[in-house]
Every structure is written in C-alpha cells, then in structure tokens.
Design a protein around this ligand. Structure first.
Ligand code: HEM
Length: 336
C-alpha cells in the first residue's frame, strides 16, 4: 500500500501535474521508480518520516492502463451551489509529499519533477507548513476529528467492494484561498459558529447550539444504517505574505470518493439546500481534482490484485484472453 495514513505532517508539498501526449510509457517508468526515489531521500534522514503518495486522475488512467477503471474513479465534477462553486481543474497526477522537515519534501519533489520534466507539466505546486498547534490560517485547530488507527485504515483503503484494487484509495484535493481581512473582522464567537468548535481550546459545540451551516455540522455524515461516513484529512496552511495569499490546501482520502463528494455537496449546496458552509463566505476553492491511489505494488507492476476468494467474481482469470495469457500485460502507451 502507499502510506496514506500518517500522523499530521509538519511539512508537505502538493504537486498536481498534467501528462504530455505521447509520454505515457515514460510516466509509467517514473511511477515505478517513485518508491525507490523516496527511499533514496528518506534513508538519509530515516527518523524524519518522509512519505510520498502518488494519485492518478481518471483521464490518465485510461491512457496508461489497459485495465478497467477502479470503481470510484471519475473526473471530479464541479459542484455548483447558489452562492459558491467547487471548481474542477485539470490534473493527471497528484504527488503528496509529507515529512517532519521541509527539506526532505523539497528534495524528493525536485527528483521526481526532474524525472518527469520532459513528460509532464506542474500545473499547481503548494508548499504547506505547520502553523502553531495544528491550526489553519483561520486560526482553528484542523484535523482533530480525523479517524485514527484501524478506523482510519477502514476509512481510506479499498476492500472487497473493488477486489481488483484492494488496498488502493482515492484522494480529492482543493486549494482554498481565504479572505483573512474579512474573517478576522468577525468576532471570535461568530468564527466559532462558522466552524462549530471553540477557537482557543478546540472543543466541539453541543449539537443543540451548533449552527446547521457550521463546517462541522455539514461534514458530520452517516450512512443509512447510522454509521459515520469518514475520511482522513491532512490539510496544510500555505501562503505568501507579499502577495497577501493565505490558504488551506484541503486533502481528503477515502475508500469511496462519494464520501468526500457528499461532504462537498453539503458544504457547497447545503443540507438542506441553501444551508451552505459558512466558511465558504471567507474561503474560495481555486482548484479541485480527484485521483485514484494505487498500491505501491501496482505502481511497480501494474496488475489487478488477486482476490482472496476468487469464486463467483469477475477475477483477472475470467479475463483470460484466447491465447491463454491474462489480458493485463499490455499497457496502452500511445492513445494520448
Ligand atoms: C473539520 C477546517 C475544508 C471535511 C474541520 C475542522 C476545521 C476544518 C478547523 C474542525 C477540527 C477537525 O475536526 O479537524 C477546514 C478548512 C477547510 C476545510 C479551513 C478549507 C477551507 C474541508 C473540506 C472537507 C472537510 C473540503 C470535505 C470535503 C471535514 C471533516 C471534518 C472537518 C469531515 C470533521 C467533522 C467532524 O466529524 O467533527 N475542518 N476544512 N473540510 N472538515 Fe474541514
């Protein structure tokens, strides 16, 4: 598996790239080498937790692999509410680098992009940092209610629902810019009502006083049986003071992308419609893209996983071609 579940990062680099037509086979080689490049950098600082997660967008998937798309993989569809819009922007590859030191993320980003230089274009690059006690630039502690341990793994890793891609995951990213002048002009009590938690000590409001348009209320969702639908987030603040750019890079992982998309529908359209997320009055989504996160094994050797229970399933063996080989060896490199 790629290391999706990590303690909150101290530093992160987020790269979104588009892949040039005709560069598919070169990109496959770089993807196969990504775990090795990560080891080259992380082994020099073994206690600083460098990790890399690579995600693949739906259009690139079809260009790279002659394999069925993972069940949940599709281009992110923009979500348009009465007042705010979750845009969909181009992205073939996502590279999410995390470490306890910014230099490790920078070094690995440099090597990966050097390898991709003639084959892909970096369309968005964000370097995130830790801001005091895990706060975002709105000043609130961000990440508290993330699931942990086995709950986190159950939330993010694909299981039997898509046997060919067990151990994979999905990741959705959005780059938000904040109007900090407007936000900081709000009294703290009103900011707290927008988030649904207290600012200084990060305590959740009781359900009977938490506003329906608060961020926490709209992002607490359940399935039909009353089970929490959860994602794992690792948002990072970023910014540039000269340009007065203040942002949150949202990144959410889930075994089923519909969980993240349901949260986004709640935030942007509102639940009920019109009750949209108050933080959107101060935060604008500038990007939005969905990616599939294959296992590390798949990156090195693209083939569907062997289901544990092969009976009654559309297994790779069912797709045996007439020449007796599995129809999974041929990778499409040309149809860009
Ligand atoms: C909770 C900030 C975007 C999903 C929170 C909390 C903060 C926060 C401060 C409360 C503490 C916590 O539990 O982490 C932000 C900011 C965002 C942003 C600044 C961007 C401007 C998003 C998006 C999603 C999302 C786009 C989903 C698609 C969640 C969830 C929770 C949460 C699931 C936990 C709710 C709970 O169970 O209490 N966020 N968030 N957030 N956020 Fe966000």
């Amino acid at each position: 598996m790629q290391q999706v579940v990590e303690p909150p990062a101290k530093a992160a680099v987020f790269l979104v790239l588009t892949v040039n037509a005709g560069s598919e086979s070169d990109v496959l080689e770089v993807l196969a080498d990504a775990p090795g490049l990560t080891r080259s950098v992380s082994f020099r600082a073994p206690h600083d937790g460098l990790s890399a997660v690579v995600g693949i967008g739906a259009h690139l998937w079809d260009r790279l692999y002659d394999l069925p798309r993972p069940v949940g993989l599709h281009p992110f569809e923009e979500i348009v509410g009465a007042k705010h819009r979750a845009v969909s922007t181009p992205g073939d590859l996502l590279i999410h680098l995390r470490a306890r030191r910014a230099d490790l993320c920078f070094e690995l980003a440099r090597h990966l992009v050097a390898r991709l230089a003639d084959h892909a274009t970096v369309v968005d690059e964000v370097h995130g940092f830790t801001y005091f006690d895990e706060r975002d630039l709105l000043g609130f502690v961000d990440g508290t209610e993330n699931p942990e341990g086995a709950d986190a793994e159950a939330a993010v890793y694909i299981g039997d629902e898509d046997p060919a891609y067990v151990g994979g995951s999905y990741v959705l990213v959005q780059k938000y810019l904040h109007d900090l002048d407007a936000w900081n002009a709000l009294p703290v009590e009103e900011q707290e009502r927008a988030i649904g938690r207290s600012k200084l000590d990060d305590i959740e409001m009781a359900d009977d006083i938490k506003p329906a348009n608060s961020h926490v209320a709209l992002n607490t969702i359940e399935d039909a049986d009353g089970n929490d639908r959860q994602i794992v987030r690792d948002n990072m603040p970023f910014g540039a003071v000269g340009a007065q750019e203040f942002g949150t890079y949202f990144i959410g992982y889930a075994a089923d992308p519909d969980v993240i998309e349901e949260m986004l529908r709640n935030m942007f359209i509102g639940k009920p419609p019109g009750t949209y997320d108050r933080i959107l009055d101060f935060s604008t989504a500038k990007t939005g893209a969905l990616f599939f996160v294959p296992t590390a094994d798949f990156l090195e050797d693209p083939a569907p996983a062997e289901p544990a229970d092969a009976a009654d399933r559309d297994t790779p063996a069912d797709r045996t071609t007439t020449d007796g080989s599995l129809g999974i060896g041929s990778l499409q490199h040309t149809n860009g």
